[in-house]
Design a protein around this ligand. Structure first.
Ligand code: CU
Length: 126
């Protein structure tokens, strides 16, 4: 049992090492907008790819009771982990890109002026 588990972990690790995990850096800015470093207004992912998100969150005027200043939510993917509350500073998390389609990343925390339009288009390609 223990050996099986060790072997499983080893194969998982080597699979991880062989696969290049893309890091997507994003800013949840103090003007209550999501931004990509290169200024793109759409995040494009490949279906099924593993994506390491590295999000820097800045206080935009209001925060939730739990201290979150923003959140990173794709409503129709909530049950797949696409629902992360963001505290001030850099937060990293890993998600799997969903099937091809167009999605909307939304902030669900009342973060201040501009919150109602705090979203970002995500396109997933084959
Ligand atoms: Cu918000």
């Amino acid at each position: 049992m223990k050996l099986t588990r060790t072997l499983f972990l080893l194969s998982a690790l080597s699979a991880f090492a062989g696969e290049s995990v893309r890091t997507v850096e994003m800013l949840a800015d103090k003007d209550n907008r999501f931004k990509l470093p290169n200024g793109d207004t759409t995040l494009t992912l490949k279906a099924g790819e593993t994506v390491r998100f590295k999000i820097n969150s800045l206080f935009g005027g209001e925060k939730a009771r739990d201290g979150s200043v923003h959140s990173f939510v794709v409503r129709k993917l909530r049950d797949k982990g696409w629902s992360v509350r963001l505290k001030e500073g850099v937060q990293e998390f890993t998600l799997t890109a969903p099937p091809p389609g167009t999605y909307l990343i939304e902030c669900t925390v009342e973060c201040g002026h501009g919150h109602d339009t705090m979203n970002f288009k995500m396109v997933v390609v084959k």
